[in-house]
Design a protein around this ligand. Structure first.
Ligand code: 5GP
Length: 200
């Protein structure tokens, strides 16, 4: 007896909330999870590799993908496009693999409209002061971009109430354990385990 479909976990939170570090930790400890790699027109940061954190493409390639309807959703965020590949996402879910999707709040709401059974988690940094400190420590954005990211973060906080779970990231290990607990609880839900009690 086998469960057929994978579950989708949507992870959002302001950039600088430490979401990516926590996601990395969760993936390291749980190799059966798949991270959905988005497409973006943002230039790669020094530590980023094409195909790992993102597929880095130019605007005209991204717009050609929009025209071919290849995105489950896409958005423009702080001046760059970000989008989730529909065929890749469907392939993993159909193969029964649980997928983590790191996505901002508008994208999350578009995905929830299309995949209502998706489970959503919002990451909060311990405080706004800490968020600002982390964005500056990253040292990759100009002052204007940092101000824009902070402003966007304030707007995103308001959307946290639309999510199923909130994880406060004061410590990477503790936050990763909370995400794992959510994933485990979702896997154990009766509705997700009906296949175990049904006759073949
Ligand atoms: P960053 O530039 O810091 O990597 O990401 C900026 C924001 O874009 C983050 O909030 C991240 O969650 C979001 N993001 C990443 N990939 C996607 C995507 O495919 N679609 C949408 N809508 N947002 C995304």
């Amino acid at each position: 007896m086998k469960e057929n479909k994978g579950r989708l976990f949507i992870l959002s939170g302001p950039s600088g909330a430490g979401k990516s570090t926590v996601i990395c930790e969760v993936l390291k400890r749980n190799p059966s999870l798949h991270f959905s790699v988005s497409y973006t027109t943002r230039p790669p940061r020094p530590e980023e590799r094409d195909g790992a954190q993102y597929y880095f493409v130019n605007r005209s390639d991204f717009e050609a993908m929009i025209a071919r309807n290849e995105f489950l959703e896409y958005t423009e965020y702080v001046g760059n496009y970000y989008g989730t590949s529909r065929p890749k996402m469907e392939a993993y879910l159909n193969a029964g693999t649980d997928v983590l999707l790191d996505i901002e709040v508008r994208g999350a709401s578009n995905v929830r409209a299309k995949i209502p059974e998706a489970v959503s988690i919002f990451f909060l940094p311990p405080s706004f002061v800490e968020l600002e400190r982390r964005l500056r420590a990253r040292n990759t954005d100009h002052e204007e971009k940092i101000a824009k990211r902070l402003q966007t973060a304030r707007e995103e906080y308001e959307k946290a109430r639309c999510y199923d779970y909130i994880v406060v990231n004061s410590d990477v290990n503790a936050a990763a354990r909370e995400v794992e607990a959510i994933i485990t609880a979702e896997r154990c839900k009766m509705a997700n385990r009906l296949y175990l009690i049904k006759e073949e």
